[in-house]
Design a binder for this molecule. Sequence first.
Ligand SMILES: [Zn+2]
Length: 233
Amino acid sequence: MRVEEIKAALKELASDKEIEILQETDDEILVYDLEYGKEIAYNLNMTVEKLIDKIYINPSIPKYCTPDKKKVAEYLIKHLPVDAFYTLNKICFVYGEETDCETLAQFFDEDVDWAREVIFSDNLGKMWFEYNSVLIDVKNIIESAEQIAREDRAMGWPSSERTDTMRQIAITLVHELRHLMLDTNIVLSEEEYPVNLSAEESVEHFAVRTIGMYGHNIFTERGYNIADIIPCV
Ligand SMILES: [Zn+2]
């Protein structure tokens, strides 16, 4: 959707008393959604620099699977439609630590106990509807990749937990951003994005297809080797 379409659709919702427009600048329209009781800040022109500012990465994440903020921002802007960014507030790569809880509580003006409940779950990722944000739990992704690798080895198959971890981080990022776009943008065009796209399989399919060959580009270090994920015949 173009910015003019977003603006016009928000004005219409405001005149129908479904939302209140709290603030409007060239870069952002801040609205209050009366149905769900939450604020949504519409980013009207997302850039790599602005996207970098929205990314939090826990410094304890192992080096090999630490995303690089600039590479993540460049990758997402290049490979996702502009609609993916209108309602995005934060992208958080957490590592299941107390510092994550403190940081998140601060970001969303909540208490630390609330953040603990969210962080210490076993999800690989989460889309936060209330805060228009996504969370990627790198610790849980590593544990899941290790478990799969152990099972593969037990079967006598080749295993590569590092490659799987990096690939799953990239997929989870795109997966949760897809949920965010489909579920938090109250003026998203239903013609362009029919409701069935929100189904879990459809979201995962989009993420896997998007990450495809180039998801390895988002990491600080070399990233995973594409050859590792293409089965040899
Ligand atoms: Zn999902």
